[in-house]
Design a protein around this ligand. Sequence first.
Ligand SMILES: Cc1ncc(COP(=O)(O)O)c(C=O)c1O
Length: 392
Amino acid sequence: MAKYRSDPVEHKVDLGVGVYRDLSSNTPILACVRQAEREVLAGQTTKSYIGAAGREEFNSAVEELVLGAEHCARRDRRARTLQTPGGCGALRVGAELIKAAAAGAQVHVSDPTWGNHAPLLGGCGLKLARYPYYDGATHEVRFEAMLERLQAAPAGDVVLIHACCHNPTGADLKPAQWQAVAQLLARRRLVPFLDLAYQGFASSLDEDAVAVRMVVEQVPEALIAVSFSKNLGLYRERVGALIIVSENAARADAVESHMLQIARSIYSMPPDHGAAIAARIFADAQLKRGWILELDSMRTRIQEMRDLLAQKLQEVRGDDAFGFIRRQHGMFSLLGVPREAVDRLREKHHIYMLPDSRMNLAGILPQNVSYVAEAFAAETRVEQLGGAARGS
Ligand SMILES: Cc1ncc(COP(=O)(O)O)c(C=O)c1O
């Protein structure tokens, strides 16, 4: 970020930072958020404490948004929801809960995974393990290897799965693969910890929650970390939730009281402002319709940049080696080049991405997509020549 900011070149391109950008390269405040915020401020009568669980109406609306109105876990009163400071807060409270319930349990995370998973989950002392997830050569999920590894995990272990828009690869499980994973989790008595940070960024609010709902139907216990940083653009307001599902209502009550204790011991209570805005949007039919339209337009813009970049790369290279960019979901994909190529893209072309070549597709604009594609093609050609030279 610092290098990008201090680069004086006008045509520099930031594909590094993990936030949505619109056609003006801005990370906008959604119109529904502006409207809801005005209403929240106008109706606010106190700034008094709100409690460790946060807003009740927020929590129940989030549960419905994620699990759906009719889900069996809700019907049987097995789900409990806690408002948290962002998705990160939910991940950490979830990790502390696992630690309190089963200190020896390992948490299996995908290889690769989002860089903050290790500190958030491992930071409380839980042991982390990695399961194979992404094949850099085919740009697909290494599904058989993933199943094989999870098959061998001891009962009671936890499996963290990105619910949609995998960060950093953009490669998601297909519906039949989700089914197989859910069956394996149930059979092996593994506990799913679903990370839902991009609901609405792959297909739609409902479709992006289908896998979560299906997994939760098949297992006795689950954790879901929810973030509204991206889909409501509320990043700095820290709006998220932890949903837990237990075997029965009595256990859910006990887990809920543990969750509240954990929240109190870490941050006391979550910030209210963003959740008040979100709750208003969820409750007001007109604001919610507006949100869904804005979410559609964010998703469409990212997909258009995916299509355009893959098409330009195809034109410049004369092959479809980067066709996977078109097929993946969410803001991120891995370009799949070594660190030296990432450095050259930055130094020669002023294109910034993460060292593992993760690129944020929302950083691309129609006016710079050709420039980016040509730079990618130039540097991947050099890579291939380098590889050929090394091999010869
Ligand atoms: C995979 C994943 N999980 C969780 C989060 C949580 O984000 P936040 O704490 O900002 O809500 C993010 C944000 O980038 C993410 O990419």
